[in-house]
Unconditional design. Structure first.
Length: 145
């Protein structure tokens, strides 16, 4: 019987400069300098604080704007107001002209989203509680009595 030697695998051929598969492919993302990265980071920080300020102001304002409405209607209108203000902040963010890579474009929407929602609700509940506290007999109003 003849013994067969195992076939040796050929090493992958090094592609040369004329290889059609390895043509100079331009990068999909533009090259960004450190200055542009820092500028974008500053703009994202500004967007964060803008949304925090909007949440505080809109949460307090919702208490007074929606006073005529009662119960579930007040709740849903206030939540709709919160969403409307957030969409307005997205429009402001797009107007800021941030140069974000395609992989980070969702940051315009997601930046401070959780903080915005919870801070809006906190401020709305806090101001509603403070405004609608009933006075006790001693003349000192507390929300805990």
């Amino acid at each position: 019987m003849a013994k067969h030697r195992p076939k040796k695998k050929k090493p992958p051929e090094e592609s040369g400069p004329n290889d059609p598969e390895k043509k100079d492919i331009p990068p999909t993302e533009p090259v960004v300098s450190d200055h542009e990265k820092e500028h974008t980071k500053r703009q994202l920080d500004n967007l964060y604080w803008l949304r925090i300020a909007l949440a505080v102001i809109a949460g307090m304002t919702a208490t007074f704007i929606f006073e005529p409405f009662e119960g579930e209607e007040r709740r849903w209108i206030s939540i709709g107001f919160m969403i409307t203000i957030f969409i307005a902040s997205i429009m402001i963010a797009k107007g800021m002209g941030m140069r974000l890579p395609k992989s980070d474009r969702k940051k315009i929407v997601t930046q401070a989203l959780g903080s915005y929602v919870f801070l809006y609700l906190f401020m709305w509940i806090l101001t509603y509680t403070i405004v609608n506290v009933s006075s006790s007999e001693s003349g000192f109003s507390t929300p805990f009595t």
